[in-house]
Write a protein that binds this ligand. Structure first.
Ligand code: ATP
Length: 362
């Protein structure tokens, strides 16, 4: 069965720890994206799964078998790199067939497999062209076709779409996702593009400084970030993380001092367990209602910069306490620079983070 599992994997380069105690399991048919900022250890993790790097400690298990000491060619995986190398002197069809030559198939069987994959990847009309005579999108699809033609244990993709322009990326995301869904293989995709991860993955593993910070469905990591890092990394525009002093919790409401003002805001019941302390309150820019007058649960902020974004407008505002706050309003709502906004956070979308940066959860 096509599964990938890493257990407590650490990778050191000399004194430097690139990946620290990472654990993850990927089921057949599941696509997991490794997502995080540059240098957080995504590619190193993928290379350890592929066997291109050996883990310093921990286990890599593919299709139920421990692979720690096996070289890449014995792991039966297919990998698509950012810089895919196509054979320039071979046609598209011959490029797809290349990985099959070592499998001892009859010519008929080989042709059948190649044509099947070419159809899936919409390459069947360009089979006789050379790679230099096909588009960037077709080259990308050809790289994927070569990976899936062989029926390997699992797939690994390293920034597969980063060379494509925005429009092509968008359509390729959908196409690759559709193909992977039909294949029942465990797949790991490395990307630093959150939109790519949110649209292609069944689950996302978010990494920072060599550690996996949270693993969850796109909805979970967006709606229930485990800590301040995930909260600020996922979602555009970025979530507001407002410094506040938590005082008490009663009747579903938290009393806090925020932006120079005492405030009572609805919070999840787990907040009851908090001692009076410094917290961060996370509120997404789209999770405010603007109201006409100040109230016990509103935050006042002065609009400083107004950025039209098409159907919506992004407002950068400043609270009385001097903090920045980002608010997204519908385009119809006219806001002027210098205007004071009274912002009511949506209680269902208000996140509390303790002094350790972790979400306060039930
Ligand atoms: P990017 O998105 O920029 O590709 P990444 O998340 O994939 O980043 P890695 O390539 O896994 O990051 O690198 C993680 C860290 O390990 C980086 O600080 C990198 O410089 C370091 N690193 C990677 N390979 C080596 C190596 N062979 N020797 C020393 N350090 C390395």
């Amino acid at each position: 069965m096509s599964t990938i599992e890493i257990k407590n994997v650490t990778k050191k380069f000399g004194d430097f720890t690139a990946v620290r105690d990472a654990s993850l399991s990927v089921q057949p048919g599941e696509v997991v994206c490794l997502l995080g900022p540059s240098g957080c250890g995504k590619t190193t993790t993928l290379r350890m799964i592929a066997g291109l790097e050996r883990a310093t400690t921990g286990d890599v298990i593919i299709a139920g078998k421990e692979m720690n000491n096996l070289p890449p060619e014995k792991r039966d995986i297919a990998m698509v790199f950012q810089f895919y190398a196509l054979y320039p002197a071979l046609t598209v069809g011959q490029n797809i067939a290349m990985p099959l030559h070592s499998e001892g198939l009859s010519k008929d069987e080989m042709d059948k497999r190649v044509m099947k994959v070419a159809k899936i990847m919409h390459l069947d009309t360009v089979m006789n062209r050379m790679p230099s005579h096909i588009s960037e999108g077709e080259k990308q699809r050809l790289a994927v076709a070569r990976a899936i033609v062989r029926d390997p244990n699992c797939f690994l993709f390293d920034e597969p779409l980063s060379r494509l322009d925005v429009e092509l990326r968008h359509s390729m995301r959908g196409q690759i996702k559709e193909v992977l869904q039909g294949l029942s293989k465990a797949t790991v995709i490395v990307t630093h593009d959150q939109l790519e991860a949110l649209t292609m993955a069944n689950r996302i593993a978010i990494m920072k400084d060599g550690m996996i910070e949270q693993v969850g469905t796109p909805h979970e990591v967006f709606a229930k970030p485990a800590n301040v890092f995930v909260a600020s990394f996922i979602g555009t525009p970025q979530m507001n993380l407002l410094d506040a002093d938590f005082a008490s919790f009663k009747g579903g409401k938290a009393k806090v001092a925020l932006a120079g003002k005492g405030l009572e805001i609805a919070a999840n019941p787990a907040v009851e367990g908090l001692k009076p302390s410094k917290v961060k309150i996370g509120i997404r820019p789209r999770a405010f209602t603007t109201v006409s007058e100040q109230a016990g649960d509103t935050i006042a902020a002065q609009a400083e910069l107004i950025e039209p974004m098409g159907a919506e407008t992004l407002i950068h505002a400043r609270t009385a306490g001097g903090g920045d706050i980002r608010v997204v309003v519908p385009r119809e709502k006219r806001v002027k620079t210098g205007e004071t906004l009274h912002l009511r956070p949506d209680p269902r979308q208000t996140h509390f983070f303790g002094e350790d940066g972790k979400a306060v959860r039930q």
